[in-house]
Design a protein around this ligand. Structure first.
Ligand code: FES
Length: 317
């Protein structure tokens, strides 16, 4: 995948803790095209790569726009973007990739939770431009924590957007009612914190939606999920090294602290660079790289984000 150098031409506080960055090509050329749901890798600092969804209209070729929520327990990515990346700076990014594409459907429901609005907004712009029916639901704590409200309000699709702000009880997000009686040709897309996405998808399944109608953005929840996980042991078969992986740390980080480097790129289970053989134990797969059959075999995992369902994993390292 080719990397690009872009320049930050705009930086804006979109909401409390959320900053957007407009990126244009350093050379002045058009940027590679992207489709709604795509993301880019941003090289925030040496060795620190993070994925951010593109939130602008995918028909635009002169810019990419990302938005970054400052995570309280940032492992460097969101804090680096907020503190270090300034107007006029050059940034190294990947070309856009899309693991969360829209499929043709006569009816589409888009659901965003908080910063998950970024790919969902690009989807709304695409569906609106194509004249396809859709509705968008945007959930957040309060107006001052929700990015792009002014832009959405001024858009041609504002009437298709329903806001669900936690501080306004009359706007309560009633997922059961929303997903009741699904038609078999409708598709649902959700992006937000992992707990939010799980809740939305479980509610939809309970209401009769099938898995091929349900789409989620995977990498969005990785960092948040890590903070709430339990610990487990990792043993290296070749050297005998044993170490404990606590909540909030990845296997890659813990091994690095013990002098064992595992090559990574996306650090979010997307690219497969860190794929490692598992000799014993059961991985808790958090990636989007392996197929269902490969996951079920439990003989390899992505240590940049995946964890363990068993107390110990023995790795072929
Ligand atoms: S570094 Fe990309 S999947 Fe682990």
């Amino acid at each position: 995948m080719t990397n690009l150098t872009v320049r930050v031409t705009q930086r804006a506080e979109e909401a409390e803790g959320i900053c957007s960055f407009e990126l244009v090509s350093q050379s002045g050329d058009e940027l590679p095209a992207f489709s709604a749901g795509a993301h880019i890798d941003v090289h925030v600092a040496p060795g620190l790569v993070r994925q951010y969804s593109l939130s602008n209209d995918p028909s635009e070729r002169h810019r990419y726009r990302i938005a970054v929520l400052r995570e309280e327990n940032s492992r460097g990515g969101s804090a680096g973007m907020h503190e270090k990346v300034q107007l006029g700076d050059a940034l190294c990014i990947s070309e856009p990739r899309n693991h969360f594409p829209l499929v043709d459907a006569p009816r589409t429901i888009l659901v965003a939770g908080g910063i998950g609005v970024t790919p969902i907004l690009a989807m709304a712009q695409t569906l609106h431009a194509q004249g396809l029916p859709f509705e968008m639901h945007y959930c957040g704590r309060s107006s001052n924590r929700m990015a792009f409200l002014v832009e959405i309000g001024a858009s041609g699709f504002s009437k298709q957007v329903t806001l669900h702000r936690d501080d306004l009880p009359e706007e309560k997000f009633d997922a059961r009612a929303l997903f009741a009686a699904p038609s078999m040709d409708a598709h649902l897309y959700v992006c937000g914190p992992s707990g939010f996405m799980d809740f939305v998808l479980e509610t939809a399944r309970d209401q009769g939606w099938s898995d091929n109608q349900l789409h989620r953005e995977y990498f969005a929840g990785v960092a948040a999920a890590l903070e709430t996980d339990g610990s487990f042991e990792v043993r290296l078969a070749r050297t005998g090294l044993k170490c404990q992986v606590p909540a909030g740390k990845t296997v890659v980080e813990i091994l690095a602290a013990h002098g064992v480097e595992v090559e990574t790129s996306c650090e979010a289970g997307v690219c497969g660079t860190c794929l490692t053989r598992v000799l014993e134990g059961i991985p808790d797969h958090r990636d989007t790289f392996l197929t269902d059959a490969e996951r079920a075999a439990n003989d390899q995992f992505t240590p940049c984000c995946s964890r363990a369902s068993s107390p110990c994993l023995v790795l072929d390292l």
